[in-house]
Design a binder for this molecule. Structure first.
Ligand SMILES: Cc1cc2nc3c(=O)[nH]c(=O)nc-3n(C[C@H](O)[C@H](O)[C@H](O)COP(=O)(O)O)c2cc1C
Length: 206
């Protein structure tokens, strides 16, 4: 079996445009793919505490943690190992103020540590996760690249591409679900426009 990790960064449940697009993708997956879903707004993610930041430094240096640091770090290891266990990734991400919702940044800050999700040596940086990633960006407006140049207000795509590269996911497929706020049919039209692309990427997941 192949495992796909579906990370949902919208709190909007059945009203969510990115979730509607994610459902199109999920329905087109081959039968051998199982899905583990993380609804970031429903998970009780830990805060990044003093203990966790201290534990991170000690983890990197190989130093001994206090009992409380060790206890909190175990939660980090569990989250990072859940992330790394997948063979493929689907991230459904609304645009919030030109960037990603804060809950996704919190998740990234919780699981991204040297030696855990990436490694650095004399040859450079190497991701410790692997597999393809499909990212659905849903946006009220249109932030498509223009004349071959990225939209200067699109802070989602450059950030996520850099992070996914850091942790080792490749290739990264981007699906734009845009103009979702363009009237009552905005979400339907945006998802319809992305449907062929979503089905084609999902069908190729092995
Ligand atoms: C807090 C917040 C901030 C938003 N900021 C932007 C923005 O900067 N640009 C934009 O085009 N749409 C913005 N929107 C609209 C959403 O990106 C749009 O409705 C998107 O389709 C929501 O995806 P979802 O339905 O999956 O949650 C914002 C919405 C919220 C709730």
């Amino acid at each position: 079996m192949t495992e796909l990790l579906h990370i949902n960064a919208s709190p909007r449940g059945d009203s969510s445009a990115s979730s509607a697009a994610a459902n199109v993708f999920l329905q087109a997956l081959p039968d051998n793919v199982t899905v583990n879903r993380i609804d970031l707004f429903e998970r009780e993610l830990p805060q990044v505490t003093l203990e966790i930041t201290s534990a991170k430094m000690k983890y990197v240096m190989g130093a001994e943690m206090t009992d409380e640091e060790s206890r909190q770090w175990t939660g980090i290891l569990d989250l990072a190992n859940e992330f790394k266990a997948a063979d493929h990734y689907l991230l459904a991400i609304p645009m919030w103020n030109f960037s990603v919702p804060y809950i996704l940044k919190q998740y990234i800050d919780l699981i991204t540590h040297p030696g855990l999700t990436f490694a650095r040596d004399e040859n450079g940086v190497q991701g410790l996760a692997s597999g393809s990633a499909t990212i659905i960006y849903s946006r009220g407006g249109d932030y498509s690249p223009k004349d071959g140049k990225p939209d200067p207000f699109d802070f989602q795509s450059p950030y996520m591409s850099a992070w996914l590269g850091l942790v080792g996911l490749d290739p990264v497929n981007e699906v734009l679900v845009q103009n979702t706020l363009a009237g009552p049919d905005g979400i339907n039209n945006a998802v319809s426009a992305a449907t062929n692309q979503l089905r084609s990427i999902a069908g190729a997941v092995t």
